[in-house]
Design a protein. Structure first.
Length: 252
């Protein structure tokens, strides 16, 4: 299942996936101020999480033509002895309308290392603010993310792979979305995580954020692909996966 939020032609959409869940939660947090490139998280993220507003803040567009993305996360059931089959989760299927592009960061070792560095740095900046250990880059997860993202180039959507890993997905119009921008869009959901209840605020999404900061997740691998008819898909996979319903991501 997927929650589709109305959008305009020039916007981005993001999804997060956790393979073993029937319950869907999500939330969004403001990481950007006026420009995504200059955005910064609060200095004390754990403290901010305890002081979440009851009402939902108004999202600030990245630019007048590119408002913030919306998300549809999947969550996971509580830890049990059997964490098996993933729950089916359809993605948002409306493609963007821009000139076609090419797959990014596939030309050589230099560009791959640059991509890996950008994704890893963006994730670890968030984890540091949350007081969590840094991720390490995993080539296996990156290959998995790339293979799946390339399969979505025609549809240019955020349908999940339903694989054995945690998964965050991002879609945006145009072809200039960067790794840091996608990760920051996921991370801004921290405003909508209720740490006391260990869940997202009502009608909000938080699963991208909780997967990024999930305590027991240690490795990440990502890919960025430009769609045939315009738009960018960014996919990140996480191992071990997080987002178990009712569990605290900071002490799992």
């Amino acid at each position: 299942m997927a929650v589709v939020i109305p959008h305009t032609a020039n916007q981005a959409r993001i999804l997060f996936h956790h393979p073993f869940i029937s319950n869907k939660t999500s939330l969004q947090l403001r990481l950007l101020r006026q420009g995504m490139a200059g955005s910064t998280l609060p200095l004390s993220l754990p403290l901010l999480l305890l002081l979440l507003p009851v009402s939902s803040p108004q999202l600030i567009p990245r630019t007048p033509l590119r408002p913030p993305p919306v998300s549809t996360p999947e969550t996971r059931p509580p830890l049990t002895s059997a964490r098996s089959s993933p729950v089916s989760n359809g993605g948002d299927t409306e493609p963007p309308t821009k000139p076609p592009g090419l797959v990014s960061f596939t030309g050589g070792k230099g560009s791959y290392k640059m991509m890996a560095h950008e994704f890893l740095k963006a994730h670890n900046e968030i984890r540091k603010l949350a007081g969590e250990k840094p991720y390490v880059w995993d080539k296996k997860l990156a290959r998995y993310a790339r293979r799946w993202a390339e399969q979505r180039r025609e549809q240019c959507d955020t349908t999940h792979s339903h694989g054995p890993y945690g998964e965050n997905m991002f879609w945006g119009t145009g072809w200039d979305w960067k790794a840091k921008e996608a990760v920051q869009n996921w991370a801004k959901e921290h405003l909508y995580y209720n740490r006391t209840e260990r869940s997202c605020l009502p009608e909000r999404m938080c699963g991208h954020f909780t997967q990024i900061v999930w305590n027991s997740t240690a490795r990440v691998g990502c890919a960025r692909v430009e769609c045939y008819h315009g738009g960018v898909i960014i996919s990140c996979n996480y191992e071990p996966p997080g987002n178990y319903v009712g569990e605290d991501p900071f002490s799992s």
